[in-house]
Design a protein around this ligand. Structure first.
Ligand code: SF4
Ligand code: SF4
Length: 437
């Protein structure tokens, strides 16, 4: 794609990067076929190619984003299916991230939307605030019935429909908090590794059992697990809201904490059980590339970051039972498109006694996408219903996924238990059956 940035514009490293990305696009449109919003809406401007044109124009003209540009960028899930499909290697993720930052800085949203985004950005990344928010949301559940239900996917979501979506996702009860930051779980038997396990933000409130399963499995297989003190939310949630300063501050804090831990006791890896976070941490090296004080350490952290399934695949698990449970494996977008991890979790499950079923249309997002299911409830509910119907078609006993956002989203539309892949692997190797404790 031909671009027309001035030399002065190209002196900005972000614009230079955008220019490189835009020039790689040959407008072939292959990406439209796998884009969930294009599949639902059939509008070119809700396709990757359409959005790339909108972003190009916004950056070239260097003007505040228009309402139309914001509408179509907001509808993008950042699912990255387009990156998997694109034959030219267009790095859509870095382009749309840049567009979101520009929108956040230069576009004045309606007051209710500004308030909602501010609340989400304030509460979600902080486990204490998030826990308090979830407790409050439980009291709000009785009003769900009087709030407006999701509408057609092309309608503009109202504040009330967004509040309804938020309340509907809140669990009826919350589990007790997991272990505190700073805890070290020693390896059982001969020690073969030492890792930091990302504690996460929303996940540690909604499902501390996931990291507990990872800790059980890892220590049982000789790996010491550290919950690093001073670690923060990875920044993914505010990054996707375009709040770059907040996201980068969190990235710097984590780079500092993990590098200090690596210097103190050594780290073979930083493991992540929420693939949405893993995609962003693996990108810290890029996000902090212009920061002379952090670029080197950020690149080291990105190289150490692994999805838990990647690390576990190197451990030669010792299954103690064959379950023959039929598992529908839901491939989270951040895992399959963001980190290109597609077969590994399924192979691990199969090798450890599960009957794994592929879900039809597995490339399509479930509609969770960070805060998307709250901010775009109409599109998100359509995608969830489609995903749940596809999962139901393989008649599973359980559904496995590697991302808490997907787990919550899918569980809101089905009665089939939704568990994390690591919970199943822990069960197969001597841990409790998921949901039994
Ligand atoms: S598939 Fe790639 S090159 Fe083709 S239009 Fe989409 S982004 Fe551009
Ligand atoms: S990230 Fe997903 S929703 Fe956004 S343009 Fe690409 S395929 Fe479409």
């Amino acid at each position: 794609m031909k671009t027309e940035f001035s030399l002065a514009q190209l002196a900005d490293p972000d614009i230079a990067e955008a220019d490189k990305i835009l020039r790689a696009c040959v407008h072939c449109g292959f990406c439209t076929a796998t884009c969930p919003t294009y599949v639902l809406l059939g509008d070119e401007l809700d396709s990757p190619r359409g959005r790339i044109y909108l972003i190009k124009e916004m950056l070239e003209k260097d003007q505040p984003p228009t309402e139309d540009v914001v509408k179509h960028i907001d509808r993008c899930l950042s699912c990255l299916a387009c990156m998997t499909t694109c034959p030219s290697g267009v790095h859509y993720m870095h382009l749309v991230d840049q567009a979101r930052v520009r929108i956040e800085r230069n576009y004045r949203r309606p007051v209710t939307e500004r308030m909602l985004r501010a609340v989400l950005g304030h509460i979600l990344p902080d486990p204490k605030r998030f826990r308090a928010g979830m407790m409050l949301a439980r009291f709000g559940r009785p009003i769900l019935a009087v709030l407006p239900a999701p509408k057609g996917p092309s309608s503009t979501p109202t504040l009330l429909r967004r509040i309804r979506a938020m309340l509907a996702l809140a669990p009826r009860s919350l589990p007790s908090p997991g272990p505190a930051a700073g805890t070290v779980f020693p390896a059982i038997g001969p020690k073969r590794g030492r890792i930091a396990l990302l504690q996460g933000c929303a996940q540690q409130v909604l499902a501390p059992r996931i990291n507990q399963a990872a800790i059980n499995l890892l220590t049982r297989h000789g790996v010491e697990v550290v919950l690093v003190r001073d670690e923060q939310c990875c920044g993914a949630l505010t990054h996707h809201l375009g709040r770059e300063d907040d996201a980068l501050a969190r990235a710097r804090a984590n780079v500092t904490a993990w590098c200090a831990e690596a210097a103190r006791g050594g780290l073979d890896a930083i493991l992540v059980t929420t693939s949405g976070c893993g995609t962003v941490i693996k990108d810290y090296g890029y996000l902090l590339r212009e920061d002379r004080n952090f670029s080197e350490d950020a690149a080291k952290v990105s190289a150490l970051a692994k999805d838990v399934s990647e690390y576990v695949a190197g451990l030669e698990l010792r299954p103690v039972q064959t379950t023959n449970v039929v598992v529908a494996y839901h491939s989270a977008c951040s895992l399959q498109h963001g980190q290109k991890i597609t077969q590994l979790p399924k192979e691990l499950l199969s090798k450890n006694g599960f009957v794994v079923k592929d879900v039809p249309e597995s490339h399509l997002c479930c509609g969770s996408a960070g805060t998307y299911n709250i901010l775009q409830p109409d599109l998100a509910s359509k995608l969830r219903d489609r995903k749940v119907a596809n999962i139901a078609s393989v008649k599973p006993d359980m559904i496995a996924a590697g991302n808490i956002g997907c787990m919550v989203q899918i569980a809101s539309g089905t009665s089939v238990p939704v568990v994390h892949t690591i919970e199943l692997l822990d069960w197969a190797t001597g841990g409790p059956r998921p949901g039994s404790s």
